[in-house]
Design a protein around this ligand. Sequence first.
Ligand code: MYA
Length: 575
Amino acid sequence: MPPLIEQSFTKALFHGVIAEDMIFPYPEMTAEDRQTTSMILDSVRRFFAANVDSARIDREHKIPPEVLEGLKGLGLFGLQIPTEHGGSGLGASAYARVMQEIGGLDPSIAVTLGAHQSIGLKAILLFGTPDQKKRYLPKLATGEHTAAFALTEPSAGSDAAAIKTRAELSSDGSHYVLNGSKIWITNGGFADVFTVFARTSALEEGAKPKITAFVVERGMGVKSGPNEDKLGIRGSSTTEIFLDDVRVPRENVLGEVGKGFKVAMEVLNSGRLGLASGCVGVAKQLVRLALERVQERRAFGRNIGEFGLIKDKISRMLAETYALESMTYLAAGIVDAKLADYSLESAICKVKGSEILWGIVNEGLQIAAGIGYMADYPYERILRDARINLIFEGTNEILRCFIALSGMAGPGKELAEVAKAMREPIKGFGLLGDFALRKARAALGRERMTRCHPLLSREAVIFEDYTSELASQTENVLRKHGREIAEMQFTQYRIAEMAMDLYAIAACLSRATRAIERRGEDGARREVDLTQLYVNMAHKRLRQHVSDFARNDDELRKAVASRSYADGAYPFDIL
Ligand code: MYA
């Protein structure tokens, strides 16, 4: 196992280390994946144009059965399932590209397909035994069976480890008996196969739960509640599911008994990337709609596209879409290269993807103005559909905490080891040597990003400077607060924001560098412009976060909120 900082590009940034070989050159799909993907995209576009009426799907809260059958016929239920089990065997980048297309065409369909394969059957792909794969994957690949991911419970949303569903091993050891219920299960109304997470240890206060993952067939006794009535993605099915004495054969345990939490987290790592790619697709649709609108709508005798404030919106929409696309396909490339832990990158893509998209929906609707608000036009449906992305697959709040705490874990461990080494200098000498080496290197100057094209050297310097800031702020807060940092969400927020923007900048720099190398400075002009624009925007945020570490009004905010909890309502009236 390589050292932590060599396992993850973003985790390395928390140490001040720029592991640029992990992100340069910007990844590309294999020729085979590119060819297969182009063919799939062609047939997807043709099929959607001829058969999919998104307004109707939204209105009727249902994807028509003939559309679902058509999607199955196109092989869209088995995109990542290996060919030997009847799927298309796409890699992560190719899969992301297809989900991007479908997300842009119809989010309800994207969510249905995503729930099936980004998360529903993913644990079988990642952790299934050869026998489980042989039993389940062929029918899931054709769509004869559909899958769902059943983790969330009424008292376990963000706190996924708090699930109460129990799995008791039968006295003869042949099967588990599952009892409990799950909420907000996408595809819950019709899925045939569920990845269910249940406790296989007693519920003990303060103790680490033992959670186990199971493949559960509907026929084993899973019952569904009615479809929830939702703000958006109305064509997708979201239901409660009930497990009452559901007998699950022991051979349906996924991965190891008691290691199900890791199974859930690994599945979500991949799911979050699928979500981000869907967001890329929707963002691109909005850019297209906005560009049409600004060229057709006239005001004060001119196309509105000529006004500065519209140009400001359009330029931001483009730069943010470029950054999101760059981040998502960099992370997907990291997955395809199988060389790194991509948990932080996928969480970042999910948070940034959902928020960039939300901002773009807002601006796109604003540019459309009056018609943007009318249900006859697509904006209001897109707005409703986009909102969920900030909530599901990990709320953006819990994911910010995850990004910060998981990123700080490495430096935290290192600091603890150094403290120990200082107490026991002889035994700890080796560790201190490594740490001292890195400190010495940092003292000599910041880490460099050497593989970035010189045309982007100003942006590369910003990246280097703030990487070093992230590492020193991390060290400062860890030294000052130690384990207390786990409770300090305002600080976690700043750390997470910095890490997210640094990853985004790195992705843009790597991609734009590849573009310049391929097409020369003029040929890559647009990529360079968008990278510079994104970096300018990110730079302002980074500067602000760094200054907020020193001076902020965190305590005032906490006090205002706490007092209002006691008041129970807004405390004033003008009368
Ligand atoms: S599905 C439901 C989604 N639910 C969530 O995402 C739950 C969010 N909560 C969490 O992720 C966890 O509870 C957190 C951990 C992170 C808060 N990779 O002590 P810990 C390891 C690898 O921090 P906790 C849905 O919405 C960690 O290192 N490992 O745990 C679908 C540690 O390991 P070790 C990870 O404090 C909707 C251990 O776990 C990760 O309890 C349908 C414990 O960690 C990780 N990421 O909290 C979607 N995280 O013990 C369809 C933690 O070895 C979408 N660990 O140190 C389709 C989209 C289509 C497109 C749409 C277009 C518009």
